[in-house]
Design a protein. Structure first.
Length: 63
């Protein structure tokens, strides 16, 4: 039973990382988080690196 729960959590991690990887200002505006968006390239880069890390973590938990 715990394996099913871990796989569900891993899939949620992968989905969340994908959202971070492909996030844009339009996505933040759509969910009412426009005040959290920063156009500075460094913050966009860090957000995408975080997304890749979350996807990798989800893949390791799933395996």
């Amino acid at each position: 039973m715990y394996k099913v729960i871990l796989r569900i959590i891993a899939v949620m991690f992968i989905f969340g990382g994908g959202v971070r990887l492909f996030a844009s200002q339009d996505l933040f505006d759509a969910f009412g988080m426009d005040s959290l968006w920063s156009d500075h390239p460094y913050f966009i880069y860090i957000y995408r690196v975080l997304g890749a890390f979350v996807i990798l973590t989800g893949m390791m938990v799933y395996a």
